[in-house]
Design a protein around this ligand. Structure first.
Ligand SMILES: [Fe+2]
Ligand SMILES: [Fe+2]
Length: 146
């Protein structure tokens, strides 16, 4: 099993990258909403966000299912509840991201993008309050690297 501290570092680094592309996508969405940017530019920013989120969600879902329950400081019921809730939210966010490619109107696309990007930031904040934190993802036992 990958060490919890390594998982924590990976997830935080993913979150950092996702926040970076979200910041760019937001700027483009705001410009689209003011008709100052091309619809195509927002499309490619949203595609970058979607790619990063897909990989990250896969890692995170694996972590929640496989790793959290093995940590002594994690209770089973909470883990199960969170797995279901979390996967549902990932699906919803991911579908909403994919739908953002559809609207042709830059104002509609820009406003919709701003709303979904905001939700993604909130999602990551909640994770960092709940489990993507050193108190939860802490190594138990000696390091395999000596
Ligand atoms: Fe998540
Ligand atoms: Fe996450």
């Amino acid at each position: 099993m990958t060490r919890p501290s390594e998982i924590l570092a990976q997830l935080l680094s993913d979150h950092g990258e996702i926040r970076g592309v979200i910041a760019e996508a937001r700027l483009s969405a705001e410009r689209c909403a003011r008709s100052e940017d091309q619809r195509s530019s927002l499309r490619s920013w949203i595609a970058s966000v979607t790619d990063k989120v897909r990989d990250h969600n896969r890692r995170e879902e694996h972590l929640i299912k496989e790793v959290l329950p093995q940590l002594g400081n994690w209770d089973e019921v909470r883990a199960q509840f969170m797995t279901l809730e979390h996967e549902r939210e990932h699906r919803e966010l991911y579908e909403a991201l994919e739908k953002l490619q559809a609207p042709e109107d830059p104002k509609i696309a820009g406003d919709a993008a701003l709303a979904i990007l905001e939700r993604m930031l909130t999602h990551m904040e909640h994770e960092e309050q709940l489990f993507v934190r050193p108190e939860v993802l802490r190594d138990l036992g000696p390091s395999p690297h000596g």
